[in-house]
Design a protein around this ligand. Sequence first.
Ligand SMILES: Nc1ncnc2c1ncn2[C@@H]1O[C@H](COP(=O)(O)OP(=O)(O)OP(=O)(O)O)[C@@H](O)[C@H]1O
Ligand SMILES: [Mg+2]
Length: 246
Amino acid sequence: MTDQQALVKLKGIRKKYDHEVLNIASLALKKGQIYGLIGPSGAGKSTLLRIINLLTPPDSGSLYFHGIPAPLNGTARLTLQRKMALVFQKTLLFRDSVWNNVAYGLRARNYSHKQIELKVGPLLEQVGMEHLAHRRADTLSGGEAQRVAIARAVAFDPKLLLLDEPTANLDPRNIEIIENMITGLSRERHMTVVMVTHNVFQARRIADEVIFLDKGNIVEMGSAEKIFTNPDQEKTRLYVEGRMIY
Ligand SMILES: Nc1ncnc2c1ncn2[C@@H]1O[C@H](COP(=O)(O)OP(=O)(O)OP(=O)(O)O)[C@@H](O)[C@H]1O
Ligand SMILES: [Mg+2]
């Protein structure tokens, strides 16, 4: 793959806390692909998302967006950060209506009232929340709240959507709605998605490519088909079969 094709590229990224938690020689994420990021607890998945999102600076190495080195501080970093969205397992919504929560990022980016109307309605429809548009967000169920959080995150058309276990602890119906939304967004808007999940079945359902991270290293990366049926590494096989001891 050439640099031009990669939306994001990581080179020699290392991060140490009390021990080394991430050491990624090279990683390229293509436009419009859904990546499933899997691996045991403590593997460095959330750290990797935070580094890509420019929230956590790496100790060394470089990040490139469209082949251009990412600024790691100052207003240029904020400008780039605003082109990405990061959604956590538990997102705090504002104590305001569902509609205003989704509109928030658009108002902050100075979208006109009309543009906001045109975006928020269809997004709420897409997550099946249009009938609750005027409900206060702090009265929603966990699944409803997460659907609103994702709608809010994508309202401004980010190029990159980073999801850290977005459906952990949700019921099958809400999981299905969120998975459909993620695959729809990737298809319709060519959004690149990186989703951390502990559920290998979920990664298999929605990911085009799977990244298997263990102890801060990419053990293997490949098409979902390959990783789940015929991985190169024995460690990968053990993990996806649920037989990895750690
Ligand atoms: N701010 C921090 N300070 C110190 N250590 C940290 C910090 N953030 C992460 N770590 C450590 O880095 C390692 C990787 O953490 P990370 O949260 O990235 O793992 P993870 O793969 O997301 O795990 P999980 O599946 O449990 O969410 C862990 O050992 C964690 O304790
Ligand atoms: Mg994590």
